[in-house]
Write a protein that binds this ligand. Structure first.
Ligand code: ATP
Length: 215
């Protein structure tokens, strides 16, 4: 799916996070959004998936069969999956229950059972345990499984290796190699372990105050 930002701007109260950002993300390509803390990387991802409204400008999504603007973003929800450290998990559920619950909103891959998905993120020995007893790295593995095994054309990965150790980084790399092929991927990060595979690097600071940079 192509994602077109046209003069996209976002502000919170009087503070502009980014302005006049025009860019086209192409279907099946891989992008990294970099920039210092607080520069607006997460906000941009939220605007791209329609979870946060732009203050000015438009975001348009198209895959040949449809084209939507931000005004109708509720339809776009089914096209994206996102993994981010700030996303909540339901602590009272087990990992298996949580994946099942998630799949009632957004279909997961039919190729694998829920048990197989959790095994792929190395949670096979903890899938019946309530999430509140998970470590932060284990919770992040559930979020990655949810994002990667969702049947969507676009993956948004916001600091996807938060709280990971070296084994976690290795796992992330192998998940991307095995399951992300052919999808549009946008990673928000300053860590090359997370975005090293991305072909295009976008430094959001280039778009903070400039009129228009890339179409
Ligand atoms: N809901 C909100 N209300 C007010 N200000 C917000 C809100 N969300 C983000 N901001 C502000 O927008 C700016 C960009 O924040 P954002 O989280 O997008 O940055 P980031 O580049 O992802 O940062 P980090 O690298 O630390 O994750 C910050 O100044 C932040 O305080």
């Amino acid at each position: 799916m192509n994602i077109q930002l046209a003069s996209a701007s976002k502000r919170f109260n009087k503070e502009w996070v980014f302005r006049n950002l025009s860019y086209k993300f192409l279907s099946g390509e891989t992008y990294a959004i970099t920039g210092n803390n607080g520069s607006g990387k997460s906000t941009l991802l939220q605007c791209i998936c329609g979870a946060t409204a732009l203050s000015n400008g438009t975001c348009t999504w198209s895959d040949g069969s449809f084209s939507e603007e931000t005004k109708t973003s509720e339809k776009i929800f089914q096209q994206f999956s996102i993994a981010a450290p700030y996303l909540e998990v339901i602590e009272e559920m087990t990992a298996l229950e949580f994946l099942k619950f998630h799949s009632s909103f957004k279909p997961l891959s039919k190729q694998f059972s829920l048990e197989e998905m959790l095994t792929e993120v190395q949670l096979q020995n903890a899938m019946q345990k309530q999430i509140r007893y998970y470590s932060s790295g284990m919770k992040q593995r559930i979020k990655l499984a949810m994002a990667i095994f969702s049947e969507v054309p676009v993956l948004l990965l916001d600091e996807p290796c938060s709280n990971f150790d070296q084994a976690g980084f290795d796992l992330y790399k192998s998940l991307i190699e095995k399951y992300a092929n052919g999808r549009t991927i946008i990673v928000s990060s300053n860590d090359t372990n997370e975005y090293g595979f991305c072909k295009t690097i976008i430094d959001i600071r280039d778009y903070k105050k400039l009129p228009q940079k890339n179409t």
